[in-house]
Design a protein around this ligand. Structure first.
Ligand code: FMN
Length: 116
């Protein structure tokens, strides 16, 4: 499965590296469309919000979106990983996994299973 991701401060980037996946597109690296099924990996911005660049990418590429994996920080309380819930509801796809920052080894193993 192709993975499209966004990372501002490196946590999602680090998670992607720990997963060992290679069929990836990083939003902002110049590719602005995807023509095959993919899962989006995103961080959470604002208070439970979808980052701007992710929102823009999804608006243009909703047809092949199959699910979302979301990173956040529990210090945001109820808004923890809120971007995943927003995307799931807006595009009617499952929020597959919520991860704190770049995830623990256990998270990484679980996500590997999910995206197989
Ligand atoms: C301005 C700002 C707002 C954030 N808002 C939230 C939030 O509402 N909910 C949440 O779970 N995490 C929030 N975070 C935490 C980030 O989503 C989290 O650190 C994430 O792992 C960052 O991923 P990245 O390093 O790949 O950019 C926020 C971080 C920043 C800097």
């Amino acid at each position: 499965m192709k993975i499209v991701y966004a990372s501002r401060t490196g946590n999602v980037q680090s998670l992607i590296e720990k997963l060992g996946v290679t069929d990836t597109i990083k939003i902002g690296d110049g590719v602005d469309s995807v023509s095959e099924d993919y899962i989006i990996f995103t961080y959470t911005d604002g208070y439970g919000e979808v980052p701007y660049e992710v929102d823009e990418f999804l608006k243009a590429n909703s047809a092949n979106l199959k699910g979302v994996v979301v990173s956040g920080s529990t210090s945001f309380g109820e808004a923890f990983c809120g971007a995943g819930d927003v995307i799931a509801s807006e595009y009617n796809v499952p929020c597959l996994y919520k991860v704190e920052e770049s995830g623990t080894d256990e998270d990484v193993e679980k996500i590997k299973e999910l995206i197989k």
